[in-house]
Design a binder for this molecule. Sequence first.
Ligand code: G4P
Length: 274
Amino acid sequence: MTKTKRMIEECLGRIDVVIELVDARIPLSSKNPDIMRLCKDKPRMIVLNKSDLSDSIQNKKWLQYYREQGYHAILFDSKNKKKNSSNLLLDQIHNFCSEKTRKDTERGMSGKAIKIMVLGIPNVGKSTFINCISGSNRAKAEDRPGVTRGKQWISLQNGIDLLDMPGILWPKIEDQTIAEKLAITGAIKDNILDIESLSIKLLTILKENYEKSLRARYKITEDLPNDYYDLLCIIGKKRGFIVSGGQIDTERTAIILIDEFRAGKIGNFTLDVL
Ligand code: G4P
């Protein structure tokens, strides 16, 4: 981590724009405040990635939140293979850098590439994002502990060069709630809590904010119980996860619940609710 930060600092001098990726389902919990500290003097864009999985109303609120904080904030879905979505993003980078481009032209350096760097915590979709905007598979998921890979410049269309950095920038886990949300979305290992407790945290947020979708997915018509473990049991029963003796297999239910949330099968949800 220290090595990664040092490398980022060393490269910053050559960078025009830092693109910070966050997970649109947890736009605050997936943000590493070190990025802001490291890159404080650099123009920064914030990309709320995985916006195909998050709540569209919350997406708008989070865009506004970050814009009010002075960021150039945009929504993105890195799995969207349509060329025009990555072209639109590249256009946004150009617009964002129009002042720099104007100055370069005045100095007789027109056509100079805009140099960008993409940063984000693991699982935020950095490799998928880079592949999407570069139209290649150059950014392989190799940023794993013990695997070394050098930095590489990738030339994108429209005169933008992207510096693909190795290394892992771990999330900043300032409290238990952040840890739970990171675990639910898969950014950190889900063994920080047992899976049933984690699913109960998820159910708490879903019941408070997205009850209709929860009911629809698991065909719940009865009143929801106040106890979240009882709610987990209702879901298990609906799914037929019964073990010998007629007991509900709550562990299996919890695993399914988390998996279906991650795959967006229950609905489009944002866990950091504004
Ligand atoms: P990282 O480099 O930041 O660690 O993340 P990576 O690109 O490896 O993406 C982590 C997971 O998130 C991958 O799923 C990837 O497909 C998914 N992902 C990335 N961006 C988006 C997005 O905008 N929308 C959606 N829906 N998913 C996204 P995986 O299950 O780990 O692997 P796989 O499904 O690609 O096999």
